[in-house]
Design a protein around this ligand. Structure first.
Ligand SMILES: Nc1ncnc2c1ncn2[C@@H]1O[C@H](COP(=O)(O)OP(=O)(O)OP(=O)(O)O)[C@@H](O)[C@H]1O
Length: 299
């Protein structure tokens, strides 16, 4: 761990795929009498898309907030790229912030700023020395990378569809080229075709940019289509963290209900239909163009 007294803080952004980039041990989170996490452990590996699932109120968002240092846990250790996420040191806090992009559920865009201005907010904070024209060009690059048309850059969030707002939020999350991307329910509120397209975008960006993605979702299609491993929150802990084929078999009432109900069956059918023998990285390969009405209605 870097000693902020003797050396500038430096996140461990280089390394090989599979290295642990987020390490949680013995996490405890309480709100008054309510214990949300009690001795939760989790390792997130470099280069993976980890899907975080669990019933409503099991503490998925609280875990994400703890990792990002937005909430101080009651106990436990959290390291993000080798930095102690519980540290109050502003330099360490800033280092974590600079290396993590976050897409919150509601997009969290500033409504009075254009898309381009929203994307430039982190650029202004961390690269204030850049000329305005270059910052604009960088914002435009992120807007295009997120699958938006170039002219979206000058629009207000209220002038965009829900799916486009998500993409704008993604463009802002990617503004600083962070190695870690956090997504809270990215496909919530999107229609099935829009959700499938967003899944593909995430997978494509993750591969192209070498991102590690921490993805909270209730969306079974997303889990089957793009997640390398699934972390299941239940009983105040992560009770399993494994590829979906293993997690499905877990003898736990919530897991059984979630992964073997009618919605799960539809998602599995979609996955099996779309799986292509040559698709090395596509786990499920949910493909909007090939979705059936049955699949769509099961979402
Ligand atoms: N600031 C807070 N003050 C009090 N209780 C809180 C606070 N934040 C979260 N909680 C409680 O912690 C529990 C976990 O909340 P969290 O939002 O992490 O759940 P979740 O798993 O993300 O749920 P969902 O899937 O419904 O979004 C809930 O019971 C919630 O009410």
């Amino acid at each position: 761990m870097t000693d902020p007294e003797s050396a500038p803080p430096h996140a461990n952004v280089d390394g090989k795929a599979g290295d642990v980039v987020i390490r949680i041990r013995g996490l405890v989170n309480q709100f008054g009498e309510q214990t949300v996490h009690d001795g939760l452990d989790l390792d997130v590996r470099r280069g993976e898309i980890i899907g975080v699932v669990g019933g409503s109120g099991t503490g998925k968002s609280v875990m994400m907030r703890s990792i990002l240092g937005l909430r101080k846990p009651n106990a436990g250790e959290i390291e993000v790229l080798g930095i102690d996420a519980r540290s109050p040191d502003p330099l360490l806090r800033r280092e974590i912030e600079r290396n993590t992009g976050v897409l919150f559920q509601d997009g969290a865009l500033f409504s009075s700023l254009t898309v381009g201005e929203n994307v430039q907010v982190p650029l202004k904070e961390y690269h204030s020395d850049l000329p305005d024209s270059l910052r604009y060009e960088l914002a435009l690059l992120k807007v295009k990378l997120s699958g938006l048309p170039a002219d979206a850059i000058d629009k207000l969030p209220s002038q965009l569809s829900g799916g486009m707002r998500k993409r704008a939020g993604l463009a802002r999350a990617l503004a600083l080229d962070p190695p870690l991307l956090f997504l809270d329910e990215p496909t919530a509120g999107l229609d099935p075709i829009g959700a499938a397209a967003f899944d593909r975008l995430i997978r494509t960006l993750q591969q192209a940019l070498g991102l590690t993605v921490f993805l909270i979702t209730h969306d079974l299609d997303t889990l089957y289509a793009i997640c390398d491993r699934i972390a299941v929150l239940a009983d105040k802990k992560v009770i399993a963290c494994a590829p979906i084929e293993e997690v499905e078999k877990l003898d736990h009432p919530w897991v059984q209900e979630y992964f073997h109900g009618p919605r799960a069956r539809a998602a599995q059918v979609a996955r099996d239909k779309n799986q292509h023998p040559d698709a090395k990285h596509e786990r499920g390969g949910r493909d909007a163009d090939r979705r059936t009405d049955e699949d769509a209605s099961a979402r």
